[in-house]
Design a protein around this ligand. Structure first.
Ligand SMILES: *[C@@H]1O[C@H](CO)[C@@H](O)[C@H](O)[C@H]1NC(C)=O
Ligand SMILES: *[C@@H]1O[C@H](CO)[C@@H](O)[C@H](O)[C@H]1NC(C)=O
Ligand SMILES: *[C@@H]1O[C@H](CO)[C@@H](O)[C@H](O)[C@H]1NC(C)=O
Ligand SMILES: *[C@@H]1O[C@H](CO)[C@@H](O)[C@H](O)[C@H]1NC(C)=O
Length: 302
């Protein structure tokens, strides 16, 4: 019977050693979370998969959206844009390019692009309008058919009726021949509006007519984006139920449940994970000495 007792000890020892191994490997990872994650940024409610800072929300989103001094910002290769609204029920958000035109004020704009690999796509609500374009622009190439005709071209006339149009060097009610309602790959991810290439001085995006198509002052200007809403997992739901906010930690950006006091986070939520707290080193030591004791018992039992 003695060898079988030893076998039982070996099994017990291995089982009890596993958490020690995992605790040590977790402890060598840096903790990117400083302080807490918040559920608002200025006046905007911040919910998963968005986060208020690095280590908060989902890592795929943290690259694009962050809270900077009370302003929620969206970054792409072409710039940093304010997020003015997030609608969680329809998984959409509105961003505002500071250099895009609106009826009240028009100005030269930069290009806009959306990274193909990002979890964001343009919604079909956007009407992109290119303003102040050269008549030699490739937009007006009759073979390409890039500008919408018919009812959508009323958008051009509407915008050129705005007083703001003088900001791009045009007279109010100028002929809309230098304006284009751009119908190119609007619903695609990885979308680029390259103004120098299109030879236009400005652009705008209208995502709603605000109930009054005849009055461009009431139109809503901004870019409406759809985000991939399939990131919400059961482990995140559990974290939120336990009063935490979902985040990530370590080199592998693995899931972490972040509590609002910022004092601890764990890889899961109901205390079965590993705590990140000031006492974790002494805990590791305790676990190591416990492991050593077991090893001693194991040797004695042989
Ligand atoms: C962490 O947050 C504290 C305040 O909460 C701040 O003073 C400190 O500079 C921050 N450290 C880093 C590395 O961001
Ligand atoms: C972005 O938000 C900040 C702070 O709320 C504000 O100062 C800034 O003017 C905004 N930029 C644009 C383009 O709306
Ligand atoms: C949304 O994200 C999920 C999980 O990250 C991914 O499997 C899926 O392909 C994405 N969907 C789209 C349309 O990109
Ligand atoms: C985190 O800290 C809070 C308060 O200090 C405590 O109530 C909670 O149980 C802790 N959570 C974990 C996972 O240790």
């Amino acid at each position: 019977p003695i060898p079988s007792i030893s076998n039982a000890w070996i099994v017990t020892y291995i089982l009890l050693s596993l958490p020690i191994y995992f605790t040590i490997s977790a402890a060598v990872n840096p903790i990117p979370i400083n302080g807490t994650c918040h559920d608002t940024c200025g006046t905007i409610s911040v919910k998963y998969p968005f986060g208020s800072g690095f280590g908060c929300g989902h890592p795929d989103f943290a690259r694009y959206v962050r809270c900077n001094a009370g302003t929620l910002e969206f970054s792409t290769g072409t710039g940093i844009y304010n997020v003015s609204d997030i609608d969680y029920s329809s998984s959409t958000l509105i961003i505002r390019d500071p250099f895009m035109s609106a009826c009240s004020s028009m100005q030269n704009s930069g290009s806009f692009s959306l990274d193909r690999a990002s979890p964001f796509t343009l919604t079909g609500e956007n009407i992109f309008v290119l303003l102040g374009c050269s008549t030699n622009s490739p937009l007006f190439d009759p073979a390409e058919d890039l500008c919408a005709m018919g009812s959508r071209s009323r958008v051009c006339r509407g915008l050129y009726s705005c007083k703001g149009v003088t900001g791009i060097g045009l007279l109010q009610n100028a002929p809309p021949s230098t304006c284009c309602v751009y119908e190119s790959p609007i619903q695609l991810a990885g979308y680029t509006l390259d103004l120098p290439k299109l030879q236009c001085s400005s652009y705008t995006s209208v995502y709603s007519f605000g109930g009054s198509e005849g009055d461009p002052m009431k139109w809503k200007f901004g870019i409406s984006l759809q985000y991939n809403d399939s990131y919400y997992s059961n482990v995140c739901k559990d974290c939120e139920t336990s009063g935490g906010l979902c985040g990530f930690t370590g080199f592998d950006q693995s899931f972490a449940c972040v509590y609002e006091n910022g004092k601890n986070t764990s890889t899961s939520c109901f205390g079965q994970g590993y705590e990140w707290s000031g006492t974790r080193e002494s805990k590791n030591l305790n676990m190591l000495s416990f492991g050593g004791l077991l090893l001693l018992w194991l040797l004695i039992s042989f």
